[in-house]
Design a protein around this ligand. Structure first.
Ligand code: ADP
Ligand code: MG
Length: 488
């Protein structure tokens, strides 16, 4: 048994990107290359402005709360979290404290990590507004208020996570939940997901269900990639273990650190004594509002199928393996692509093979999303149909796939251009077979219908003459018939 047990709690922030407008203003909730273009006076904290709650953002937050098995509130209100920073023009962030209930409390999430099922308890889920984004240059900084006021969901877990692997598996699972609920792309590359990571270690011999025995919480702020979360946790476990071994751990105070990607280390920011007093109080300009039971039920009914449901369906309805179904549902866009192609009338297993094989490896190597993929479900169907109808062999199918993407033409156009059509015309195949028989009298006389192994040799000859274009099944059938007849 390891000497120390690791405890990790995550505070995962995810932008709700699918509402039309921001959470308290009518500015577009949309990414824009033009700084400060999606803003309204509310986002800029102009005097006299009043916030208006976006019902759609609340609906999406409540839907997430249900999907995470949380308890929902009967009333909702917002609170001011006061601090000064240039990315926050009002001087406070509108958010929700955990009492009595924000959008959700006490949920649980089950996910898979390295083939094993893992459960993490959710402490709470709350809705807040994102801050503006700052860019720092050598001697000046810029501020873009487009992000100010974008709805942000913060998910706080209990410290039930025990390794960097589990933390990343949890985040990947949550990304999938947000995507399937269709509330966000949850793309960390777009800055939509950011994490605060809390790590401590304790002696394994102690009872870890008693918080008294837990180690000192070290919070690492604003880690903005899943890889960063993994590295920051592993670094912190090593650092804390060393402190334990040197006898310095117990005198350490709770502290906040930041992850420095460049050096691959966490850097001290502040200690518990310097903790900021946010002076929370209820936002007076947003009246407390009721969340009706009818509305909650309506939302519950509208929860879409999540990855787990789709995976089960793919296995039961289409007979896919656990492995294939798992890969398909990992990213919602891939699962949608799979379903769309099947709905066009393709065989599910064939589509799964293409999607999980050639297509995913192409997308990974080119680093593009399936949404931007040239081979649309319609074109994949065209390719599969060419193979099913035996116009081309499945080996040729792979070639057509590559050329389709290279030349940005349809599979049909490629087959035509490259003269890849298989020879399925029996008359044509027959005359080629006659030639082969004439040219190989010795092999013909050694043919034994009981042991037709030499057939492979003849097929090889036919393929040579047709440059691989004879349909192998048809050629082999006719060849055997002819040889059998000669032997009678
Ligand atoms: P605070 O009051 O400082 O915000 P909380 O108790 O609300 O702290 O916890 C914040 C996060 O830290 C949660 O995700 C929680 O699971 C995690 N956490 C709390 N105690 C520990 C600990 N000893 N080790 C690791 N994570 C912890
Ligand atoms: Mg917070």
């Amino acid at each position: 048994m390891e000497k120390y047990k690791v405890k990790i709690g995550l505070e995962m922030h995810c932008e709700i990107s699918k509402t039309k407008t921001k959470v308290f203003s009518s500015a577009k909730n949309e990414y824009s290359e033009i700084p400060n273009s999606n803003i309204r006076p509310v986002d800029m904290a102009f005097p006299g402005i009043l916030p208006v709650v976006n019902k759609e953002a609340v609906r999406m937050a409540l839907m997430t709360s249900m999907a995470l098995n949380c308890k929902q509130p009967e009333y909702m209100y917002f609170e001011r979290k006061n601090y000064y920073y240039p990315d926050l023009p009002k001087g406070f962030q509108l958010t929700q404290e955990t009492k009595p209930i924000p959008v959700g409390i006490y949920g649980k999430v089950t996910f898979e990590c390295n083939g094993e099922e893992k459960e993490v308890r959710i402490n709470n889920l709350h809705l807040e507004e994102d801050a503006a984004s700052l860019d720092h240059y050598d001697d000046f900084s810029t501020i873009d208020y487009n992000r100010a006021g974008v709805p942000l969901l913060e998910l706080v877990t209990e410290p039930d996570i025990e390794s960097a692997d589990e933390a990343v598996a949890f985040l990947e699972h949550m990304r999938s939940v947000y995507q399937y609920l269709d509330i966000s792309e949850a793309d960390s590359k777009l800055g939509q997901v950011r994490c605060d990571v809390n790590v401590s270690i304790m002696d394994s011999s102690l009872d870890d269900t008693d918080p008294q025995n837990w180690g000192t919480k070290i919070e690492i702020k604003n880690v903005n990639s899943f890889g960063g979360v993994r590295d920051a946790i592993n670094y912190e476990i090593k650092r804390q273990t060393k402190l334990k071994q040197n006898g310095q751990y117990d005198e350490m105070e709770q502290q906040t650190r930041r992850w420095d990607e460049e050096s691959g280390t966490t850097i001290y920011m502040r200690s518990k004594v310097d903790a900021i007093d946010y002076k929370y109080f209820v936002e007076p300009n947003i009246p407390k509002f009721k969340i009706s039971q009818e509305w909650l039920e309506e939302i519950k009914k509208s929860i879409p199928r999540l990855a787990y449901d789709r995976k089960k369906e793919y296995m039961e309805k289409y007979g896919l393996s656990d492995y294939d179904a798992s890969i398909l549902v990992k990213q919602k866009d891939n699962a949608d692509y799979f379903e769309e192609t099947i709905n066009l009338g393709c065989d599910a297993k064939q589509v799964a093979n293409w999607t999980n094989g050639m297509i995913l490896s192409y997308l990974n190597s080119e680093e593009i999303s399936i949404k931007d993929f040239f081979l649309t479900p319609k074109l994949l169907k065209e390719l599969i149909d060419l193979i099913t109808s035996k116009t081309i062999s499945s080996k040729q199918g792979k070639e057509v796939f590559a050329k389709t993407l290279e030349k940005k033409k349809t599979p049909k156009e490629i087959v035509k251009e490259e003269g890849m059509m298989q020879i399925t015309d029996t008359n044509e195949i027959e005359s080629i077979i006659d030639e082969v028989i004439k040219e190989n009298p010795e092999q013909v006389s050694s043919y034994d219908p009981e042991r037709p192994k030499i057939l492979d040799y003849f097929i090889g000859q036919i393929m040579k003459k047709t440059r691989g274009k004879a349909n192998p099944a048809t050629a082999s059938k006719i060849m055997k018939e002819k040889l059998d007849k000669l032997k009678q």
